[in-house]
Write a protein that binds this ligand. Structure first.
Ligand code: GLN
Length: 288
């Protein structure tokens, strides 16, 4: 079908799937992103679009779609437009109050699952904590894959913690929320496994421009991005059971200082794992 070349403006009732994809091309929006937007709006799988390119979107959907094209063209992440993101096979609600879960963070979950698999069956459930949970991605993925774990999710942002709770409810995966700053949110408690994807980007890092739609507080930490990693490591000995594990995501050039800090406070079996791009991405160890 020949695409209509007339300006669409705020959307129009007779805009078809084919028109909509042509419009995305003109707006400089990736075809895959446009298909995902249409599939989401029309509530059909993406493959459906191919056989239905003459179906009209209707006034409501076409005006929403045109707004999304504009926002996507201006760099807003697709996940915020759709209000959802996939992580470890789970569909999570996301919004600008939380970082969008990244595929590389699945590495941390895989590692956590290996730790839990090797854990001698405890008399009580394995106690797991996700520090700085955001949307709840790590906490919920662990709870999903290891249903007997008792999972606590901490965040210092009340809106983020609310969203994590809504995701937990929607997915039927109970977790215990705790509002506060890192370990101080669970003072006096001890865990077998702690995972965190804290802010680790250095202030002024040029990559921040591309991340401008995501919460600064979830991305940036003082001391070249190391401040929160240091706090998480330094306070871990009071909050982990002997033999408990701390697994941290970090920047590609932070593996060495994270390994050193872990060893300094008494961690053993310290190891760094690389992401799919071959970059040092997660470091962890066993306390004691
Ligand atoms: N991995 C993210 C990015 O650079 C940063 C996440 C974080 O700071 N925890 O896109």
């Amino acid at each position: 079908m020949k695409a209509d070349a007339s300006p669409v403006g705020s959307g129009r009732a007779d805009m078809t799937v084919a028109h909509a994809l042509a419009e995305a091309h003109r707006a400089g929006v990736d075809r895959l992103d446009a298909q995902l937007m249409l599939a989401h709006l029309l509530r059909h799988p993406r493959g459906w679009l191919i056989a239905h390119d003459d179906v009209p979107l209707g006034a409501h959907h076409s005006s929403r779609y045109v707004q999304w094209l504009e926002r996507r063209g201006a760099g807003e992440p697709l996940a915020y437009l759709l209000g959802q993101a996939e992580f470890c096979g789970l569909t999570l609600q996301v919004g600008p109050e939380v970082l969008i879960p990244r595929p590389e963070t699945e590495l941390l979950v895989e590692w956590g699952m290996q730790v839990l698999a090797g854990w001698p069956a405890p008399p009580t459930p394995a106690r797991v904590i996700d520090l700085g949970c955001g949307s709840g991605a790590i906490a919920l993925a662990i709870r999903h894959r290891h249903p007997t774990a008792a999972v606590t999710a901490v965040d210092t942002s009340a809106p983020a913690l609310d969203l994590a709770c809504r995701n937990a409810e929607a997915l039927g995966l109970p977790i215990t929320p705790a509002l506060g700053n890192w370990w101080s949110a669970v003072a006096g408690q001890r865990f077998h496994l702690a995972l965190a994807n804290p802010p680790y980007v250095a202030p002024g890092d040029p990559h921040l421009e591309a991340l401008r739609h995501e919460p600064h507080s979830a991305l940036v930490a003082p001391e070249q991005g190391m401040a929160d990693l240091h706090r998480l490591i330094d306070m871990a000995p009071e909050s982990l059971h002997p033999g408990g594990w701390l697994l941290l995501e970090h920047g590609h050039d932070q593996g060495q200082p994270v390994r050193e800090r872990l060893r300094q406070v008494g961690f053993s079996e310290v190891e760094t794992r690389r992401d799919l791009a071959g970059l040092e991405r997660c470091t962890g160890g066993r306390f004691g």
